[in-house]
Design a protein around this ligand. Structure first.
Ligand code: PMP
Length: 385
């Protein structure tokens, strides 16, 4: 049985070329980039080259790049660092952010921080006007993601950044799902703090970047050694850093080609879904507002009720197909994802959703296989209902 992986928004396989670039830094060039000897220096040179490369891809200065353990740490560091440095007490964000942002701001309530949530429109998009309306003199930072990881929707980042700057408020964007897929230039978009994760772009897990504009008020969150100019303590993950830089280079080199490929797979998928399930499929985000590699839909039965999303996922998994669904098992109970609930989707429809996220190695025959298997699985579920 073949395995078909349509869950690239969750994680991506490491690119072979990335693996090759990382290999020497495990066993041969294993030095600590902060050591004064030859091996340490070799690691440091490689890290600084990687830093320069990454900075260039996002239009930043190398000194504005801080290596972290991933998207979650970068989101925590951006928000906590801006709050600490400004001494202000409100953080503006949206209910559709990743938990790395939402749980961070909720946890900060304990130290007197007030999260201010800007509601999305019915498509799941955050308007710059609503952000402008929420800003007060107490606003420490605004944090709005570029691309939503469940829906694929794209927020108007430049407009949001503009309203933040008019009010002199730092702007953070979680670009974990957009870097390497959309053009992301911190100056063109006006982003002051930005989060990147290696494993979403065919790079390694456990490595990320926090971009911090040098004029942005920000204080270190993680203390320890003097690494990263005392902005993030901890021995540098040298192979991870080399891998992240190589992964970003490859994604940038092939970005347009990948976009064309994803558009083609998406239209084949959407056409197939509409012809096989004309009544039963509803899209949870409009393709025109989204990145082409993420597709979120719900499936209903003959009575218009949402099918059991957990069962659907399990049955597809038995056929070798990996996708995600829009529910999470919290304390034993299945709850709809906060994103689907946040766009006002009925709980049953949200629980019957599946997210398909394409990667560069997916093929048209895989889409066709998926469509056939989905039809078989849905019929099987109907027969046993
Ligand atoms: N933000 C977004 C939008 C994400 O999709 C993810 C990964 N699911 C993260 C942050 C967290 O990144 P990491 O896994 O590198 O901690």
């Amino acid at each position: 049985m073949q395995t078909i992986y349509f869950d690239h928004a969750a994680t991506t396989p490491l690119d072979e070329q990335v693996f090759e670039a990382m290999k020497p830094y495990f066993c041969e060039e294993f030095g600590n980039a902060n050591s004064a000897h030859q091996l340490g220096n070799n690691a440091k040179v490689a890290v600084e080259e990687a830093r320069e490369k990454i900075a260039q891809f996002i239009g930043a200065e190398p000194a504005e790049i801080i290596f972290t353990s991933g998207g979650t740490e970068s989101d925590n560091a951006a928000i906590k660092g801006a709050v600490a440095a400004t001494g202000k007490t409100e953080v503006i964000t949206s209910p559709l952010e990743h938990h790395a942002v939402l749980h961070t701001v909720e946890a900060m309530k304990r130290s007197g921080v007030k999260p201010v949530y800007v509601e999305p429109d019915e498509r799941g998009i955050i308007s710059a006007q609503k952000v402008a309306d929420a800003i007060t003199e107490r606003t420490a930072v605004v944090s709005i993601m570029h691309v939503n990881n469940e829906l694929g929707t794209i927020n108007p980042i430049k407009e949001i950044a503009d309203v933040c700057h008019q009010r002199n408020v730092p702007f953070h964007s979680d670009t974990v799902q957009s870097v390497g897929k959309l053009p992301v230039d911190v100056n063109e978009l006006g982003i002051d703090l930005l989060s990147i994760s290696g494993h979403k772009i065919y790079g390694p897990k456990g490595i990320g970047v926090l971009y911090m504009r040098h004029t942005t008020p920000w204080m270190p969150w993680m203390h320890g050694g003097s690494q990263e100019r005392r902005r993030r303590g901890g021995t540098l993950n040298v192979p991870g850093i080399i891998g992240l830089a190589k992964a970003l280079e490859l994604c940038e080199e092939h970005r347009e080609e990948h976009t064309r490929h994803f558009k083609n797979l998406r239209s084949r998928m959407v056409d197939g879904l509409q012809s096989k399930f004309p009544e039963a499929i509803s899209m949870n985000a409009d393709c025109d507002d989204c990145v082409p590699h993420i597709l979120n839909m719900s499936l209903t039965d003959d009575d218009g009720n949402g099918v059991d999303g957990e069962m659907l996922l399990l049955n597809l998994d038995m056929e070798g197909i990996c996708v995600s669904n829009g529910s999470a098992c919290t304390s034993g109970a299945v709850e709809p994802s906060h994103v689907l609930a946040g766009i006002g989707l009925d709980e049953h429809i949200a629980n019957s959703s599946i997210r398909i996220s394409f990667g560069k190695n997916n093929t048209e025959p895989q889409v066709d296989y998926f469509l056939d298997k989905l039809q078989e699985v849905v019929s099987r579920m109907k027969a046993t209902a």
